[in-house]
Design a binder for this molecule. Structure first.
Ligand SMILES: O=P(O)(O)O[C@H]1O[C@H](CO)[C@@H](O)[C@H]1O
Ligand SMILES: O=c1cc[nH]c(=O)[nH]1
Length: 237
């Protein structure tokens, strides 16, 4: 048990999927896993462990923003032995070629700052995905036929951004989409020698103003979950 995760030692699998939304964790666990057990409810940040095609996997909500994700990922790695961490999140598209409900595999994540800024100091560390996960996710997405984009994303500290000039630079430099957690996930994974990837579904479009309702963000991003599971267990039949 930790301060924020009420699970017992051994309750959490080495592979953990991390949606920001705890109710997406519940939906994904109930929809895709077998032998599901709820392992966390502290602060309503639901976590579940079950099996997928015989492989043990946990799905733990990580909350919104990098400070929140940092708490859960630190505890998952240090106290529960997590080794493979895959974010399954929503994001806003920043390119015309990226459409609503498309999947983005975040190869890198640009950010202004993360909770790790204090230790990285003046270093502009480049947060990047684990290659084996990225490659397996790309193959899984191709096999499913899901419209998928692979490249850089932007991890922002704000949802209601009042820096249009910054977004303009992101768009201009080919950033595919914006979300709020991947950069710190990648930095923590690098620090602790774990594997990490962010698999995202486009829920908003910053260029067209389109936006999906909250129920869709909670319960309809199935391709993203299946791609993440297949990437974690590429040999699962
Ligand atoms: O849908 P989730 O995984 O929470 O991800 C995105 O949605 C939240 C904002 O609505 C932020 O956490 C952002 O990163
Ligand atoms: O951070 C986020 C998440 C979803 N959609 C956005 O526009 N931004």
């Amino acid at each position: 048990m930790t301060i924020h995760i009420g699970a017992q030692k051994g309750d959490i699998a080495e592979t953990v999927l991390l949606p920001g939304d705890p109710y997406r964790a519940k939906w994904a666990a109930e929809t895709y896993l077998s032998e599901v057990k709820q392992v966390n409810s502290v602060r309503g940040m639901l976590g579940f462990t079950g099996t997928w095609k015989g492989n043990r996997v946990s799905i733990q909500g990580s909350g919104m923003g990098m400070p929140s994700l940092s708490i859960y990922v630190n505890e998952l790695i240090r106290d529960f032995g997590a080794k493979t961490l895959i974010r399954i999140g929503s994001c806003g598209a920043m390119q015309d070629s990226v459409k609503l409900r498309d999947v983005i595999l975040a190869m890198t994540s640009t950010t202004l700052s993360t909770p790790s800024r204090g230790i990285l100091k003046e270093l502009n560390f480049a947060p990047c995905a684990d290659w084996s996960l990225l490659q397996a996710a790309a193959q899984a997405a191709q096999a499913k036929g899901t419209p998928t984009h692979i490249g850089g994303i932007y991890s922002s500290d704000v949802f209601y951004d009042e820096r249009p000039d910054l977004n303009e630079q992101m768009v201009r430099h080919g950033i595919l989409g914006v979300e709020m957690e991947a950069a710190e996930l990648y930095i923590l994974a690098a620090r602790h020698k774990c594997r990490a990837l962010a698999v995202l579904t486009v829920s908003d479009h910053l260029l067209t103003g389109e936006a999906l309702p909250s129920a869709d963000r909670e319960q309809s991003f199935g391709d993203m979950v299946e791609i993440a599971l297949q990437a974690a267990f590429p040999n699962a039949a």
